[in-house]
Design a binder for this molecule. Structure first.
Ligand code: DAH
Length: 347
């Protein structure tokens, strides 16, 4: 019996030596050491032996079995190590190779321009107010003294929101004036920048565009303040202290009087031409239209509960995209929104 055990041991050790895969080792393990394996056959045969034999053979069989179990585990470990070694040989890593720099993006030109504007007005004591892009007719039009038959409400102009009664994508940032005044007592000095929407689409109009709204209300706020603030703003934003502003009479229902705001052309400096070449941007006029403005209509002040006898104020609204186009000499509005990296990366 002893020889039989030693023979089994040798057989398994030899087989393990040449085994090349986990699967082969596993089969050997089952065959020799498993519940129905060769060693268990020996254990079963113990019951027919004398007590003495049972003891010696039993002990030997157990010792050899444990020894072989260790050998099997070692073989598994050896195969695993070999496998890892092969992977390491084919997929080695050279830690001295220079790294690949990840591509880092940056904020969009319009977003950066919004920051610039907030900074310029911030230095003049204006804080930034926000309002929703989806606005009620009440704030977008009614409270701003825009009557129901005003063309700005026309289906050609305004995106009405389906299934939501009297709700629009805001056509202007002016409703933020109303929202802010309803929630705050005068004096008020705010700007509000953001997206606005109209049913327009051509080289200089996009259905989504950006506006900057301004509002200053208090005692003795005058049009002179409006002119000073907007002139300073234009000079700062175009980085040109020679810029002048001009106001022309106009109409907006929420201001009285209403004004168009022009500034001298930052390209030809108001000359209408550059070295005798006609300036294309201002069409030789020397002036550019930048936005609308005016003194806040008493009705709007009263709509929000302000005493229109005590308080006066001015408001203005400017198109941001056009200002960015002028400042950075960009000739097509759609470039802002096409997400072409060749364009975006330039700024
Ligand atoms: N909201 C006007 C527009 O989109 C622009 C505007 C004009 C805003 C006069 C004002 C203002 O605050 O006083 O055309």
């Amino acid at each position: 019996m002893k020889e039989k055990i030693e023979k089994l041991k040798k057989q398994l050790i030899d087989a393990l030596k040449t085994a090349k895969s986990d699967e082969i080792v596993r089969n050997l393990e089952v065959d020799f050491l498993g519940r129905k394996g060769k060693f268990n056959d020996i254990m079963k045969s113990l019951k027919d032996m004398s007590d003495d034999m049972k003891k010696t053979v039993g002990r030997l069989a157990n010792e050899v079995k444990t020894e072989l179990e260790v050998a099997v585990q070692k073989k598994y470990a050896q195969l695993e190590a070999e496998e890892l070694g092969q992977i390491a040989d084919t997929e080695w890593l050279d830690v001295t190779v220079p790294g690949i720099r990840p591509i880092v993006g940056h904020r969009h030109l319009i977003s950066k321009f919004i920051d610039d504007i907030e900074l310029i007005f911030g230095k003049m004591g204006f804080s930034v107010a926000d309002g929703p892009d989806i606005e009620t007719e009440h704030y977008c039009f009614n409270q701003l003294n825009i009557p129901p038959d005003h063309p700005a409400r026309d289906m050609q102009d305004t995106f009405w929101v389906k299934n939501l009664d009297k709700t629009v994508l805001r056509t202007q940032t002016s409703p933020v004036q109303v929202r802010f005044m309803e929630a705050h007592e005068p004096p008020v000095r705010i700007i509000s920048l953001g997206k606005t929407f109209r049913k327009d689409n051509d080289a200089t109009h996009s259905p989504m565009f950006h506006q900057c709204e301004g509002l200053m209300v208090g005692e003795n706020v005058s049009m002179a303040n409006l002119k000073a603030i907007l002139t300073h703003f234009m000079q700062q934003v175009f980085e040109d202290s020679s810029i002048k502003t001009r106001f022309r009479i106009s109409f907006f229902p929420f201001v009285e009087p209403g004004l168009e705001v022009d500034c001298t052309c930052p390209i030809c400096h108001g000359e209408g031409k550059i070295e005798n070449v006609p300036c294309k941007l201002c069409k030789q006029t020397g002036w550019l239209e930048i936005g609308g403005a005016g003194m806040v209509h008493p009705k709007v002040l009263e709509n929000v509960g302000y005493d229109s006898k005590k308080y006066t104020g001015f408001a203005f609204g400017m198109g941001l995209d056009r200002m960015v186009m002028i400042k950075y000499r960009i000739n097509h509005l759609r470039l802002f929104f096409e997400n072409d990296l060749r364009f975006i990366e330039q700024f």
